[in-house]
Design a binder for this molecule. Structure first.
Ligand SMILES: O=Nc1c(NC[C@H](O)[C@H](O)[C@H](O)CO)[nH]c(=O)[nH]c1=O
Length: 193
């Protein structure tokens, strides 16, 4: 059965001031959509304002480290120059992921945490192993180098069924995006002490 992270904080007192970025890959979109929605829903439940959640997409999981790194930099540029429009970013409003509306997510501060979301499904070659290893190592490095919490939201699955189950789709399924959203809020608060 799903074990999951035990005992997250009971509340997130500073959640309403937090600014969180999500970068998601566009492969395996039938899982990506629910995972992003799960993360956004968990963050809003924790008290993060929707206008403080910025969502961007990249082609695939290989591009997640660069996408997250660029969004961190763009966030800092915005915070320093207070530019209202983040370069190419958009905030996720209700509705389909296919057409996230671009919005000027005005903010006076950089991101407090980010999540990289991707779904890798093993094919018939070693492609899966190389992308998985590099994308995970890359996200870890981007976070540590920038000293900004980057949550690992990459599903590395051997079958489509595993991916669907971890995206909350199907009997007894659990959406891991929810745990990533909660982890992002927890780590964002820790990085603001
Ligand atoms: O191959 N399978 C997958 C994949 N390949 C594309 C790769 O991430 C990258 O976008 C291209 O190689 C171009 O750099 N990307 C995924 O997110 N999931 C997969 O399952």
């Amino acid at each position: 059965a799903f074990k999951g992270p035990s005992a997250p904080p009971a509340s997130f007192p500073t959640a309403s001031q937090l600014r969180i970025g999500i970068v998601h890959a566009r492969w395996n979109a039938e899982c990506i959509g629910p995972l992003v929605q799960g993360a956004v829903g968990a963050m809003k439940k924790a008290g993060v304002k929707e206008e403080n959640i910025v969502v961007e997409s990249v082609p695939g999981s290989w591009e997640l480290p660069m996408g997250v790194s660029r969004l961190i930099s763009a966030g800092q540029v915005q915070a320093s120059s207070n530019v209202s429009d983040l370069m190419g970013a958009s905030s996720l409003l209700e509705g389909s992921l296919d057409s996230p509306s671009t919005s000027s997510s005005a903010s006076s501060k950089p991101f407090d945490a980010l999540i990289g979301i991707g779904v890798l499904i093993k094919g018939s070659t070693m492609h899966f192993e190389y992308i998985s290893e590099c994308a995970c190592q890359g996200l870890m490095r981007v976070g540590l180098d920038a000293n900004v919490p980057v949550i690992l939201g990459i599903l590395t699955c051997l079958t489509e069924e595993q991916a669907l189950q971890r995206s909350g789709i199907g009997e007894g399924a659990h959406n891991h995006g929810e745990d990533w959203g909660t982890a992002a809020v927890e780590m964002a608060e820790k990085s603001n002490r």
